[in-house]
Design a protein around this ligand. Structure first.
Ligand SMILES: [Zn+2]
Length: 190
């Protein structure tokens, strides 16, 4: 039996934010072949565990709603990568996902107490809200210009460009980047 984390970490999930992983859960292999990890219980379990998103007590995971949210997040990533803004309709849908009941509560940590917004229920809706919120948290960090999608049209992996000059074009230089170089070299020979 495969180890749960293999299918998750070896593919590069768990690095940026929950919303990036959900957008990438529809994975193109670089040659145009698609794998939907969202329908794989092992991947889903690793995703929820890594981001501490497991609903309690265990209600069913809203896979259909996650797929709908994924379309929205993928589209957002493509827009940001192209230097465009989110349309109002998409923003309204994200806000609808965030709309779960919560209350203020004092939470104790090493530095004392802190008022936190705590969900009334950690259910499937809360899970969707947390994934959507992870996009919002990134936007407030002002790092939106570092959100990119792989330049290989057979891949389109969403990634976070950490290079100083924001020059990264491919999800991985050895796979997608190398493929592009080989293609260029062949074209030059012709
Ligand atoms: Zn790629």
């Amino acid at each position: 039996m495969p180890v749960t984390s293999d299918i998750f970490y070896s593919k590069g999930y768990g690095q940026v934010a929950p919303w990036v992983d959900l957008a990438n859960s529809e994975e193109w292999d670089g040659f145009g072949k698609l794998t939907d990890h969202l329908v794989n219980p092992l991947w889903l379990a690793a995703f929820l565990k890594h981001w501490k998103l497991r609903p309690v007590p265990r209600p069913s995971i809203p896979v259909r709603e996650l797929k709908r949210l994924r379309i929205l997040l993928r589209s957002a990533a493509e827009r940001f990568a192209a230097g465009r803004r989110l349309p109002h309709a998409d923003l309204a849908k994200l806000n609808a996902a965030l709309n779960v009941p919560a209350r203020q509560q004092f939470v104790e940590n090493q530095n004392g107490f802190r008022a936190e917004l705590v969900p009334l229920k950690r259910d499937g809706r809360w899970l969707l809200a947390r994934v959507a919120a992870s996009l919002g948290e990134m936007l407030t960090n002002g790092v939106v210009r570092r959100i990119k999608t792989c330049a290989n049209s057979g891949c389109r992996w969403v990634f976070f460009d950490k290079t100083k000059a924001r020059t990264k074009r491919w999800c991985n230089d050895r796979t997608c980047g190398n493929r592009a170089r080989v293609r260029r070299a062949r074209a030059a020979q012709r």
